[in-house]
Structure formats: C-alpha cells, structure tokens
Write a protein that binds this ligand. Structure first.
Ligand code: HEC
Length: 165
C-alpha cells in the first residue's frame, strides 16, 4: 500500500502542475508570472474571470434553475471554479502604478488604494467557491444553490466597488 503522505504529495504536485499549465496556457508563453508584462497580466486576469463567468453561469443554471440530477457535472464545475478563483489573488498583485497604465484593465484604482477591503472581498469570494464545492461533494444541492445565489450577489457587489465598467 502506498503511504498516505506519498499519495498526498503526488496529488499536490499534480495540482501545482495543473495550475502552472493553466497560467502558461493561451497566447502568452512565459516561464513565470514575473516574466509577464503588466498588460499580459491584465489579459490573464480577464481570461480567468471570463472562464469563471462561463462556468459559474452553467453551474447556476443547472443547480439553481434546474435542480439538476447530474451531480457529477455540477461537482466538476464547482471544482473548476475553485481552481480558477485561486489564480485571482496572484493576478492582482501588480502595483497600482503599473496597473494604472494598463488601458485594457477594468480594475478600479481602489483595488490597490483600498487593498485591505478588496482582499477581504476576494477572500470571501474564494471561501464561497470552496463552500459551493463542499456542499456539492456532500450532495447538498439546496445548500449549494443558496451559496451560489449569495456568490452571484457578491460578483455584482465587488464589481460595483472595484470595477470601472
Ligand atoms: C473581489 C472582487 C470581484 C469579485 C468577487 C468578482 N469580480 Fe469580476 N472582476 C473584478 C475586477 C476588479 C475585474 C476587472 C479586471 C481587469 O480588467 O483588470 C473583473 C472582471 C470581470 C470580468 C471580465 C470582463 C470585464 O467586464 O472586465 C468578468 C467576465 C467578471 N469579472 C465576472 C465575474 C463573475 C461572474 C463573478 C462572480 C462569480 C465575479 N466576476 C466576481 C472583481 C471581482
């Protein structure tokens, strides 16, 4: 039998690899985040948000509107949302001066000037994604649906405060 810590270690490595592959996927081929230019980071950020929106809409429709019986699909969407959301903190580390110069960004300056507030919103968002994932893994569709509704409100709330358009 494989020792537990060995199994944990290899799944952790797999997870990190997946994360790296995702960050490097797409038109930007770079070794690390540090090598991306400010506008490439903005593009990545928007790409991640767009993927979140697409998956979140699908999950919301299936779980909240349809009360799906396809728990497996919902679980895999929720898992993907956790993975995608976890990329966000590092993609918002760009300092205000550099970020301000990126025309394509829809991030409001408050992301950096009120960074404590922004980080709190973002952390709550990550927590909620985790909760949705957890509820679905336990098969608690109603609780997952409630958490999805709360999360949908938090998208709008954060955009109102921290997105320019
Ligand atoms: C913690 C704050 C926060 C939360 C929560 C949040 N967003 Fe955003 N979102 C932003 C910011 C800031 C940007 C602008 C990024 C940029 O352009 O640099 C953005 C950009 C986007 C974009 C890219 C297109 C555009 O208009 O700029 C989409 C799509 C999006 N968000 C969807 C969502 C959805 C869907 C949710 C909820 C499931 C969500 N966001 C939750 C802050 C947030």
């Amino acid at each position: 039998m494989q020792p537990l810590c060995q199994t944990l270690k290899s799944s952790l490595v797999a997870l990190l690899l997946m994360a790296a592959v995702f960050l490097l996927a797409g038109p930007v081929q770079a070794q690390t985040l540090a090598e991306l230019s400010p506008s490439e980071i903005v593009a990545k950020r928007q790409q991640v948000f767009e993927a979140i929106e697409k998956t979140f809409k699908q999950l919301r429709f299936n779980v909240v509107n349809q009360r799906t019986t396809d728990l497996q699909q919902a679980q895999s969407d929720a898992q993907r949302l956790v993975q995608l959301s976890n990329f966000l903190p590092v993609l918002f580390t760009q300092p205000a001066t550099a970020a301000g110069r990126v025309q394509e960004s829809h991030a409001a300056p408050e992301v950096w000037t009120e960074s404590t507030h922004f980080k709190r919103e973002l952390n709550e968002f990550l927590d909620r994604m985790g909760r949705i994932d957890e509820e679905l893994r336990f098969g608690s569709l109603n609780q997952a649906a409630d958490m999805i509704d709360v999360t949908a409100k938090s998208c709008r709330q954060c955009h109102r405060l921290f997105k320019t358009r």
